[in-house]
Design a protein around this ligand. Structure first.
Ligand SMILES: [Zn+2]
Length: 328
């Protein structure tokens, strides 16, 4: 079972989250491997998407945003797109799109940032967003302050946290085909609350990087190797890293808030997307083949429409409010 552990350091303004996605992560990979149209992800993409998935789950668990947290990589290289979406109850889904060869072991810069044009975006899309209300989005490039390409996804996020004046946050990520895991350490706000969308007060800004307790614990966290993160149980890992600190674990989340794979695609959304495409386009596809087939990029589900389905789709249109073109 996938696990999520929250903890704090007794008496110190520091908290942490540890995530180990096992069955849920394996489901993401298995669904992709079973998709006859795409086949399995190349190994380098699996590793990156796993790290992104662990990171997105950590961030959502940390801020408990009432809506979807979407972590997105707009790549420039063979990796065109990688997306992870995590709901407030920790249901998540992930997908990636590549064009051309991705050799094993290819790094982030070669995969998605060959000319420093790759981007990473974090979007907070509130539940029940009103029409016209924009979700919050922060975007960072995949290079550092000296325009040097970053080769680790955790460095991209660290850069994001700095740029958006977040609370001091440190992330360690690793993934293989069995597990996507991550550790997040964050300094607690001294005054008021801060979240991914909000800035801190001036007093807090002055404290960034100056909290000795946080710095000590972050250095310990950074000493964690990928091997340890991927293989040690939560108990062993926290003990090995922080045996000199007093770590207080929170009760584990109930089963319905455990990270798990879940795709929100359905026929209604696909129908809306086809309505958005227009009747002319639909008819044009149907003039060349017997069915319109739309596959979900996240779970591989195929939605099929024959000429009768398509006719019904557009006949209903006048009776319905305009459809959204949300992600399938
Ligand atoms: Zn789906």
């Amino acid at each position: 079972m996938s696990e999520l552990h929250k903890f704090l350091f007794e008496g110190l303004p520091v908290r942490g989250v540890l995530v180990r996605l096992t069955d849920s992560w394996q489901t993401v990979l298995a669904k992709r491997a079973a998709n006859a149209e795409t086949g399995a992800y190349p190994p380098a993409v699996r590793a990156l998407l796993g790290e992104m998935t662990a990171a997105a789950v950590l961030m959502q668990a940390n801020i408990k945003f009432n809506g979807a947290l979407v972590l997105q990589m707009m790549g420039e290289g063979p990796l065109k797109l990688a997306v992870v979406e995590v709901q407030s109850d920790m249901r998540f889904r992930a997908t990636a799109k590549t064009i051309g060869e991705v050799p094993p072991g290819m790094g982030l810069a070669d995969m998605a940032n060959q000319r420093n044009l790759g981007r990473c975006a974090i979007t907070l899309d509130p539940l029940g967003r009103r029409p016209g209300q924009q979700p919050y989005q922060g975007v960072v490039p995949l290079y550092d302050d000296h325009r040097e390409p970053l080769n680790r996804f955790s460095d991209v996020l660290a850069h994001y946290m700095l740029q958006s004046e977040q609370l001091d946050t440190c992330l360690v990520l690793a993934a293989n085909d069995e597990i996507a895991a991550g550790l997040l350490i964050q300094r607690l706000p001294m005054h008021g609350a801060a979240n991914l969308a909000g800035k801190e007060s001036m007093a807090d800004e002055a404290e960034i990087g100056r909290n000795e307790d946080y710095n000590r614990i972050a250095i310990l966290a950074q000493s964690l190797t990928s091997e340890e993160l991927l293989t040690l149980s939560a108990d062993k890992l926290l003990h090995r890293l922080f045996w000199q600190e007093t770590v207080r674990r929170f009760e584990p989340a109930p089963a319905d808030e455990t990270p798990r794979f879940s795709c929100s695609c359905n026929r209604e959304r696909v129908s809306n997307m086809l309505r958005g495409l227009g009747q002319e386009e639909a008819n044009s596809i149907l003039s060349e083949r017997p069915l319109i087939e739309v596959g979900c990029d996240f779970c591989g589900q195929q939605y099929r429409y024959d000429a009768v389905d398509a006719a019904q789709l557009f006949a209903q249109q006048t009776l319905q409010p305009p459809g959204s073109s949300a992600l399938q």
